[in-house]
Design a protein around this ligand. Structure first.
Ligand code: SAH
Ligand code: F3S
Length: 434
């Protein structure tokens, strides 16, 4: 009988993909299959995030729950970015944990299983050519890594310390993976990396390689049967005109883009070492809006970065008003180990940061409500991927918005036109229009 694996994934899309890779390895080499019940699992894994302090705290409460609910003899593993940054310390704080496996070490999952208290957290370990299996939690859209690690040194960010330096995955491996996914039924791929549009600057293996993200988009779009390409996340600094032209002209590339702002103040952007100014950011976003009608632009914003004054924050609000982002992921600055900003002296008091976050979010809610209701009556091409309660089916419009209609299984995996009847804050409702 096969063994059971319970896996909980925190954090970003790259973590979700790392979990899929571990599930594939454990399935192929150790005969594990997934369960959503902790009590019946033989192995419980938490794949962690360390980008802010909160998810780190969550790790210890979650593994406490694992310990209480697991069946006798079941193993507990901690993987991902917090595993990388705390390493041995996790075993000191929670000796019942069986192994600790860092991000970009996930291919070692079957090796650490039987080594009591194994800790594998090398941040220079190179998994860029490892032949992971093809397990996918969503058969309709496939996440495909195009690089690992990150070469930027944004002063607030712990990721370079947990995921190491950036290595691009060889183009032929990416294309082969996309082809396999499409053959298995996916019409959409999401190309993943911490900084996707830096693709091609460094490969660990030799060979003829594509040296820019723009060219990679072109190459991937040649895969027959593939209909939609998304990518996550690009860096505003590398959004050159050539990239914007490809983004606009390539019919398979979806009109959806994440342009992480962080702050609207050029002064703060400098202290964050982001490499662009407020003007450059606005220029890129306005150009995207002008070149790609109906494009959805999302962003990440940090409030309360050390030294953020009322004027700096007002500049962030100004960018929000100008770009009218379709989605905003906003966070209070959280000081992280191994980052330069944690040492800055002018930390912003928590009440000030909380108040700014609230203002930003409530203004953005108003903007989103306006955008979503303005979509009523429009017709969107929706790729259906999930059954919902009450006889509904949900999918994504080309711009990434969640849309649901009345319907059943036969819509799954189909791309169909939908007339939008109701715009809500987080999703749209509609009816099939053909
Ligand atoms: N390049 C990555 C970014 C990873 S971190 C990507 O492709 O997704 C995701 C977001 O978390 C960042 O864009 C930033 O807005 C936020 N973040 C990172 N470090 C943070 C910190 N110390 N405090 C608060 N938010 C942070
Ligand atoms: Fe972090 Fe900046 Fe890289 S936000 S992941 S260091 S691009």
């Amino acid at each position: 009988m096969s063994k059971k694996l319970y896996i909980e994934t925190l954090g970003c899309a790259m973590n979700v993909r790392d979990s899929e890779h571990m599930i594939a390895e454990l399935g192929a080499k150790e005969d594990y299959e997934l369960t959503d019940r902790m009590e019946e699992a033989d192995l419980l894994i938490i794949n962690t995030c360390s980008v802010r302090e909160k998810p780190v705290a969550k790790l210890f409460s979650e593994i406490g729950t694992f310990r209480k609910r697991r069946k006798e003899g079941a193993k507990i593993g901690v993987t991902g970015c917090t595993a990388s940054h705390l390493g041995e310390e996790i075993l000191k704080r929670a000796p019942y944990v069986d192994f600790v496996l860092g991000a970009r070490n996930v291919s070692k999952i079957t090796d650490v299983l039987d080594r009591h208290h194994a800790v594998e957290v090398e941040t220079d370990y190179d998994e860029s050519t490892y032949p992971f299996g093809d397990y996918r939690s969503n058969p309709y859209k496939a996440m495909v890594n195009i690089s690992i690690g990150c070469d930027k040194q944004c002063t607030f960010c712990i990721v370079p310390a947990t995921r190491g330096e950036e290595i691009s995955i060889p183009t032929e491996l990416i294309v082969a993976e996309v082809e396999r996914a499409v053959k298995a039924g996916a019409k959409e791929v999401i190309l993943l990396g911490q900084n996707v549009n830096n693709y091609g600057r460094r490969f660990s293996a030799g060979g003829e390689e594509i040296d820019s993200f723009t060219k990679l988009l072109r190459r991937v779009s040649e895969v027959e049967g593939l209909e939609r390409i998304r990518f996550q996340s690009p860096h505003p600094l590398h959004m050159d005109d050539e990239f914007l032209e490809e983004f606009t002209a390539n019919p398979k590339v979806c009109p959806q883009i994440h342009v992480p702002l962080q702050s609207g103040s050029t002064e703060l952007l400098k202290r964050m070492k982001r490499g662009y100014t407020k003007e450059w950011f606005l220029d890129r976003c306005m150009k995207i809006r002008q070149m790609v009608p109906g494009v959805a632009i999302s962003t990440d914003i940090i409030v309360g970065f050390p030294g953020e004054s009322d004027e700096d924050f007002a500049e962030t609000m100004e960018v929000l008003e100008t770009v009218r982002f379709d989605q905003v992921f906003s966070f209070k600055y959280s000081p992280r180990p191994y980052t330069a900003a944690a040492e800055y002296e002018d930390q912003v008091p928590d009440e000030v940061a909380s108040e700014r976050l609230k203002r930003l979010q409530s203004r953005h809610d108003e903007i989103v409500d306006e955008i979503m209701s303005s979509l009523e009556g429009s017709v969107q091409e929706v790729y259906f991927e999930e059954l919902r309660p009450g006889g509904r089916v949900a999918g994504r419009a080309a711009d990434g918005r969640l849309v649901s209609v009345e319907g059943s299984e036969e819509l799954l995996g189909e791309i169909r036109p939908v007339r939008i009847t109701r715009g809500m804050r987080r999703s749209l409702e509609g009816e099939l229009a053909g």
